[in-house]
Ligand binder design. Sequence first.
Ligand SMILES: NC(=O)C1=CN([C@@H]2O[C@H](COP(=O)(O)OP(=O)(O)OC[C@H]3O[C@@H](n4cnc5c(N)ncnc54)[C@H](OP(=O)(O)O)[C@@H]3O)[C@@H](O)[C@H]2O)C=CC1
Ligand SMILES: O=C([O-])CC(=O)C(=O)O
Length: 431
Amino acid sequence: MAAIDLSSPARSSPAPLSPRRGSLHLLLRRPRRPSVRCSLDAAPKQAQGPPAAVAAEEAPTARKECYGVFCTTYDLRADEKTKSWKSLVNVAVSGAAGMISNHLLFKLASGEVFGPDQPIALKLLGSERSIQALEGVAMELEDSLYPLLREVSIGIDPYVVFEDAEWALLIGAKPRGPGMERSALLDINGQIFAEQGKALNSVASRNVKVIVVGNPCNTNALICLKNAPNIPAKNFHALTRLDENRAKCQLALKAGVFYDKVSNMTIWGNHSTTQVPDFLNAKINGRPVKEVIKDTKWLEDEFTKTVQKRGGVLIQKWGRSSAASTAVSIVDAIRSLVNPTPEGDWFSTGVYTTGNPYGIAEDIVFSMPCRSNGDGDYELVKDVAMDDFLWERIKKSEAELLAEKRCVAHLTGEGNAFCDLPGDTMLPGEM
Ligand SMILES: NC(=O)C1=CN([C@@H]2O[C@H](COP(=O)(O)OP(=O)(O)OC[C@H]3O[C@@H](n4cnc5c(N)ncnc54)[C@H](OP(=O)(O)O)[C@@H]3O)[C@@H](O)[C@H]2O)C=CC1
Ligand SMILES: O=C([O-])CC(=O)C(=O)O
């Protein structure tokens, strides 16, 4: 159990009668469920009475799961300002007390991700290790007075925290420590993602969109989707948007243009040092990169390696891995799915390969170029050029992912694991 004192006076004090802007729930183990909610779709009877009083009458046992003064609810439809808002979106975040989340959560709550008329419920997953810190995160969210942030809950059981999640941003994962074999990391983190996949399968929205950030993110995403057979495999993503952003930045620097002039940037493959930043299809000012940057040697060697190892160089400078830019790239990844892709452009995301038009091995999670019409779904881009240089590198990343997959067969329901990982491949942060 989490080290939380549910009998503390702060949590057992009566719910306040004055309306509040949000609610914070503390979620522990099944079968406890929060039943006091702040909702835009409040039932009509709630709309008629004093909201806090209704909550107190209907959910006496829920009170103990609330956190201090946050145990209240109210009818947002009664408020002129919020009447035109969309209905609440449920966003679950794991590793919510970690560094990336510390940037991301405030962006989500501000409205810059889902839009200014999209109220949001944040469901934060921590662990016994982090639950105190998570309370601190939730308190900071409350103190930020974000109008769109209508519900915050924290907990350590994914079966509770992921309930009804429409987005699951899976960030929490054990970092690879000194001397730890990559196969051990795959196993430890794979178990986390297998459990979270099962939890999503049981309790999340049937159309939940899942973005796996925790490394090794491609194989973690594969494990997660294999453990969630009732959720479309297409809904699972491994975050490679940070790599795309890094690649755009390097091309812009070399061409002497601002980075908004770089488009059609694909990262192919694994979020590792075998990833392939594609300069064959990318464009600068609408022209093929190779027409603008004539230094082919730079593109093939320096550009490719710089992008592959950017994370590691940053760790050497900072002493920790990219957190702010990763959070920004998660925002970009979500925005690319909830807004139509600009005409002629695309974005990169690690997705399930089954049915891909490129000839990449089926049944792995591989970063590829995608477009969206803004409904949360995507299509793979078909008209991309391929040459020997690009294809050779794609095959190397594919081989790495196939080896990772063999290594986690025990977690994907495919028999006994057999680990023969290529020795020269690493996470971007390892070098
Ligand atoms: N795909 C990408 O582009 C990128 C991915 N990453 C990856 O994102 C992940 C999170 O990074 P960041 O937020 O900086 O990391 P932090 O170390 O700050 O946070 C990671 C969180 O993971 C959780 N965790 C889960 N299991 C364990 C475990 N066994 N041991 C320790 N912690 C665990 C912890 O939360 P709790 O105790 O609550 O579970 C912790 O708060 C890492 O895997 C990192 O490699 C980082 C940058 C880019
Ligand atoms: O290896 C890490 O943890 C960091 C990482 O993924 C990156 O910077 O791309």
